[in-house]
Design a protein around this ligand. Structure first.
Ligand code: GLN
Length: 560
């Protein structure tokens, strides 16, 4: 079969759910039996997303092969239930970097190297390479930003060149926003018409317009878009606001979007099968018993909206685990700086069923997080620490149980008497050389679980409890030998010098990386769920396959 490509671009404005739309389209096509992959092309000059603050750009997602990328890659993994690899993510910075590198190596054989055609050619090379490596029948390519921006122009040029070369193998979807101004109460198509005209000026014509709006579009609007944007009326696809993003593939299928796009790509129509998705979407909407989970983050400078974006994989993991247990997750954002100022306010934690302390960097709010860990340990509130959350739980345990006064991570206090969390040796060299980009311990590494521990039980029993097999548990060998593989993003680790002493005080080392003897999971005994992971399990949770640790955490939280 010839490989096909679908480009998804944004008209009018950003943040209308282009990534989720692209991923949902992929879900439909996958359910029709095609092998589908997705690519994100971001227009910024950063080589990857690793150096960006999450409040700027949302969560930094990590692929199994260790690329720090845009959160949309997380959407693709969740919707397509595949592992997206490094070739599926590119930025303008990355593209220029390889063209310049090649130029320095004389690979252009003395030619003048120019923005056009060499940059679009490199973009096309990357797209085709990713499609080939993923053995994809259909590759969805999302272009970051919006039509009309100066900085994503060369990506559009790449689409034009591909479409010229193989017109029947390339489809173009414009995700647009149609406002319904409150003083008129009518949906307006003019901004979309203008975006469409701008797209035409690039030599491109959209095959479909995905109409993001507060409500479905009516026939009158469809006709207008057809006339002014040169599309068939039925190719204006309605995409109204939804309560749960997992409704989107189902809504698209109601409009037969999948077969319409196959038609444009000169492929035969196929039945789709979204029955599992329909089950999930139903569970997501059902009002059932509430499970209240506190999230102790810090990247929420402009209200809960940014927080949600900064911790999207954590939030989605909680939802997946809760829905499949017929629970309605209620998330509560915890401001840990408040606890530092007034420890009495910590008592608000007693109203929660469980607390997650997600990943993080630097000192802001850390003492407050340590207080949260202590409160959860002492009051037997289920606690789930992810990366920094695991390190924080270790520090708290060292200080308050092992009586190591002033114990800390050297990230915060390089001179601490008890560096129970310390920088990894190779990381020290990198930081001394100021090599910050893409230098953390990144991607998937093995972790051998300790029989009898909470996490061991969670990973080994999930197949029985959950609708599907565990994410990250593909290496299950035998009852007594479980090796899992999970994703990482950190520079610091539990200091092995203190391991014995911590264990003597009752800390359970529940998982260790066999190659480097690094502690991967800590737990405490006689507690419903007190687990900290050096890795990020949230990157492995899928809507139809909740992650074993999140599943168990939510179960214990709802039981407590
Ligand atoms: N700052 C910690 C480290 O670098 C934790 C990182 C994280 O939570 N992702 O080790």
């Amino acid at each position: 079969m010839k490989r096909k490509f679908i480009f998804v671009v944004g008209g009018v404005m950003s943040s209308v759910g282009k990534g989720v739309a692209a991923a949902s389209l992929g879900t439909i096509l996958k359910s029709k039996g095609f092998s589908v992959t997705a690519i994100k092309a971001d227009p910024y000059l950063n080589v990857d997303a690793g150096t960006m603050n999450p409040t700027e750009h949302g969560e930094v997602f990590v692929t199994v092969d260790g690329v720090e990328c845009d959160q949309d890659i997380g959407n693709y993994e969740r919707f397509l239930d595949v592992e997206i690899l490094r070739d599926n993510y590119m930025t303008t910075g990355r593209v220029y970097e390889s063209v310049i590198h090649r130029e320095r190596n004389l690979e252009y054989e003395g030619k003048c190297v120019e923005a056009v055609p060499h940059i679009p050619e490199e973009i096309i090379r990357r797209i085709k390479l990713a499609a080939r490596k993923a053995k994809a029948d259909i590759t969805i390519v999302e272009i970051g930003g919006t039509i009309g921006e100066y900085q994503n122009m060369l990506f559009f040029e790449a689409i034009r060149m591909m479409k010229m070369e193989t017109p029947n193998d390339v489809a173009l979807v414009m995700v647009s926003f149609l406002p319904v101004p409150s003083h008129i109460g009518e949906m307006k198509t003019k901004p979309t018409q203008n975006a469409s005209r701008e797209l035409n000026s690039y030599g491109l014509q959209a095959d479909f317009i995905l109409c993001r709006a507060s409500e479905p579009i009516d026939d009158k609007r469809r006709e207008k878009l057809a006339v002014f944007c040169n599309i068939k009326p039925e190719n204006a696809i309605s995409a109204p606001d939804v309560k749960s993003i997992y409704d989107i593939p189902i809504n698209f299928e109601k409009e037969n979007f999948g077969n319409k796009i196959l038609n444009v790509l000169k492929m035969r129509s196929r039945e789709s099968n979204l029955s599992e998705w329909k089950k999930l979407a139903k569970l997501a909407k059902e009002e059932s018993k509430e499970v209240k989970i506190g999230v102790a983050g810090k990247y929420f400078s402009t209200g809960s909206y940014v927080l949600a974006d900064s911790y999207i994989s954590v939030i989605e993991s909680i939802k997946h685990a809760a829905w499949w247990q017929n629970l309605t997750p209620k998330l509560v954002w915890l401001d840990t700086e408040k606890y530092e100022k007034d420890a009495k306010t910590l008592s608000e934690l007693s109203k929660l069923d469980g607390v997650v302390v997600p990943g993080g960097f630097g000192s802001r709010g850390v003492e407050g997080k340590i207080l949260v860990a202590q409160y959860c340990r002492e009051h037997k509130i289920p606690y789930f620490g992810l990366c920094y959350g695991m390190q924080i739980a270790t520090i708290e345990f060292a200080r308050n149980v092992c009586k190591m006064k002033g114990a800390n991570t050297t990230e915060i206090d390089p001179k601490t008497k008890y560096p129970v969390i310390d920088i990894m040796k190779d990381q020290k060299t990198k930081l001394a050389r100021k090599e910050y980009g893409n230098t953390m311990r990144l991607g998937s590494y093995d972790c051998k679980l300790t029989p009898g521990a909470i996490s061991y039980m969670a990973y080994s029993s999930l197949t029985a409890n959950s609708p599907a097999s565990p994410a990250g548990g593909s290496k299950l060998k035998a009852e007594d030998d479980i090796v899992i593989s999970e994703r990482h993003r950190h520079r610091y680790e539990l200091n092995n010098k203190y391991r014995r002493e911590l264990e003597k005080c009752g800390l359970v080392i529940a998982g260790v990386n066999p190659e480097r003897n690094l502690v991967e999971i800590i737990e405490i005994k006689n507690h419903p769920f007190f687990v900290g992971t050096q890795f990020h399990p949230e990157f492995g949770s899928r809507p139809l396959r909740p992650h074993p640790l999140f599943y168990d955490f939510i179960q214990k939280a709802s039981d407590s």
